[in-house]
Design a protein around this ligand. Structure first.
Ligand SMILES: Nc1ncnc2c1ncn2[C@@H]1O[C@H](COP(=O)(O)OP(=O)(O)O)[C@@H](O)[C@H]1O
Ligand SMILES: [Mg+2]
Length: 243
């Protein structure tokens, strides 16, 4: 479903010169699998995910999303993915229902399909009480739910989550984590990034350790623990990037 092939992205920075934000990154992720990009700030997670979601063009290399090359047909790729970050902007003046309808139109969905699908998601995420309140009145957790609905309204087979629990309280984080599991269980291919080791341990079928734009190692959490002789992912991480 997702196949990254030798992805590279260089940025020109006035102070730092050429920054290799993503440096020959390759991996693949199947339907029904949660793949985690685990790395500290500046590791290259967001840049990688933005290339997969066609917001950025790679300097070299490419990625194939559900059979379509991001550099060849980005429009088609966009119809195949849902993208969610920790700080997805919402229009404050609109209600959840209005905003979701607006995005449904952008996705090219039929009016009835938008209605059916948003009702289904409002129920699933327990949002009925606030689906008709203006977004600006909502708590952070409620806003995050609106963002979720917006990102999956068109029922894409591939989901991309960029540090989706960043800045959320425990309850809201739990909603996101449960939603990621729901996506996996309904057969979606899920890639998500985090710097939180415990989240990666709980959620990921496979993990890539990313640092300085490079993937140092990948495998199941157990693979990484065994290979490093550690009993928690944090120590394994330090060992892997310290080598
Ligand atoms: N638009 C940009 N211009 C210059 N440098 C950038 C830009 N975007 C990201 N970078 C740099 O690329 C590296 C990777 O950033 P990013 O992908 O955001 O990492 P992460 O999401 O893992 O924190 C960092 O060194 C960051 O400063
Ligand atoms: Mg980031």
């Amino acid at each position: 479903m997702i196949e990254a092939r030798e992805l590279c992205k260089n940025f020109k920075d006035k102070k730092r010169g050429v920054v290799k934000a993503v440096d020959h990154v390759s991996f693949s992720c199947k339907a029904g699998e949660v793949y985690g990009l685990l790395g500290p700030n500046g590791a290259g997670k967001t840049t990688t995910l933005r290339i997969l979601s066609t917001a950025l063009k790679p300097t070299s290399g490419t990625a194939i999303i559900n059979g379509t090359d991001v550099t060849v047909d980005p429009q088609k790729v966009r119809s195949q993915i849902g993208f969610l970050s920790g700080n997805t902007g919402l229009y404050g003046r609109l209600t959840a229902r209005e905003m979701v309808t607006y995005f449904g139109n952008l996705y090219g969905m039929e009016k009835q399909a938008i209605r059916r699908r948003s009702d289904e998601l409002f129920a699933l995420l327990d949002m009925k009480d606030f689906a008709d309140s203006r977004n600006e009145k909502l708590s952070t957790g409620m806003k995050q739910k609106v963002s979720i609905v917006r990102s999956v309204l068109h029922d894409p087979p591939v989901m991309v989550f960029d540090e989706p629990t960043n800045g959320l309280d425990v309850m809201s984080s739990r909603t996101i984590v449960d939603f990621i599991k729901h996506c996996r269980d309904s057969g979606k291919c899920v890639i998500f990034s985090t710097h939180i080791m415990s989240e990666a341990m709980r959620l990921c079928d496979r993990v890539a350790i990313i640092h300085n734009g490079r993937i140092y190692r990948e495998g199941t959490v157990n693979d990484l623990l065994q290979a490093t002789g550690q009993n928690n992912l944090e120590d394994a991480f330090i060992k892997i990037v310290g080598e």
